[in-house]
Design a protein around this ligand. Sequence first.
Ligand SMILES: [Cu+2]
Length: 480
Amino acid sequence: MKTKRNFLSIFMALLLFSCFENKEKTFENSEDIPVNREMIAELTSPPNVPTPVGRRKAKKLIVKMEILEKEGEITDGVRYVYWTFGGTVPGSFIRTRVGDEVEFHLQNHPDNKLPHNIDLHAVTGPGGGAESSFVAPGHEKVFSFKTLNPGLYVYHCATAPVGMHIANGMYGLILVEPEGGLPLVDKEYYIMQGDFYTKGANGERGLQPFDMQKAVDENADYVVFNGKVGALTGDNAITAKVGETVRLFVGNGGPGLVSSFHVIGEIFDKVHIEGGEKINENVQTTLIPAGGAAIVEFRVDVPGTFILVDHSIFRAFNKGALGMLKVEGEENKKIYSGEIRDDIYLPEGPGIQEMPTTDEIVESEIPAKSFEEQMKFGKQAYMQTCFACHQAEGQGVPNAFPPLAKSDYLNADVNRAIDIVLHGKSGEITVNGQKYNSVMTKQMLSPDEIANVLTYVYNSWGNSKQVITKDMVEKVKNKK
Ligand SMILES: [Cu+2]
């Protein structure tokens, strides 16, 4: 009897012990996760993210975030006073794990003009921290919170007028990784969409103040990734190699618009819907609400430039919501053949198609005053219109779009080039020994813009360095 009872109690003890052990590993309640030691959080500016948490234990994590009000460029020649967390839009990326005790130091730089605060959607508590963090210039506020729910969360300023603080760039992302961390991938990037409202129209140069009425109407002049037009294009593109898995932490600061996030030429293998735990697979476009986020993952299988867009597509091509992922590596013709053949197909006759005519070709553009300005404005016009077909370096696309770089056809006759931009072009032509027989539609540009864009083309990529004036364009225009 006694031995039996002994046996039973040992058994019970073992059972208890194993339960206890188990519990220590998983923790039903995140608030029970103990923190061991202190650590200064690594903060990164977009598009970079800090090192994954991996298997590290929960810690007391010290975050020092400095608010800076500073002037920047929203697009070429258009300046804007951004209000930032950490000097960038979006603000510094914060990477934590579930159970961390975050000691948040919000520092308002003494040169700033306004008080600010921070509402982190990862916080369980009134105002997400906003009430404890309201801080005047030249002060630092400290508060702390425990990360209870894994996920990708937005943080933003919540000082009145809240919409204005957010519109000026006061938002960012904080990631709370689950126990043991997210599965490791090859490349991780940080992208956040935002909409901007300026007194002047899109592209109007100079320092542009915030426009409250446009913001209230949700009539954005710019919709961009990472704070400005071109933050993720050209030399700023994010990169990967064929065969790698890419993870994008995508947020939307708003303040007004919802994003239909899409990568042209890719399918998301996995999407952590709304930044939470649920994973959807094989997704083309994922919705990212204002003040929300998503984690998207995909393996890149073929090389090329993949375009990131808000698929509300005028925002991408006309307001700036466009980024690039450049993938290098071996082609895989089985997955994607590339163009196999180009045959002419003109069911409606060989006439030149025209854009619907509009009286709105804006003549109000400030004319360029110098050669440098002509080059600058010309480049902008080129990147907005000609680029799509003739490519960034004027190299063209074989069998489809003739090159403008070192083009013998272009350099032989200035008036003919002006005529082509004014009226479009069809029929066979030979450029650098290659035959093209296609259609270029008439370009909707003012004489000033045509002079600038052609001056830029003639003075780039080994061309004949001619300067085209508005008068020259008008002469050709009036001949017809
Ligand atoms: Cu603020």
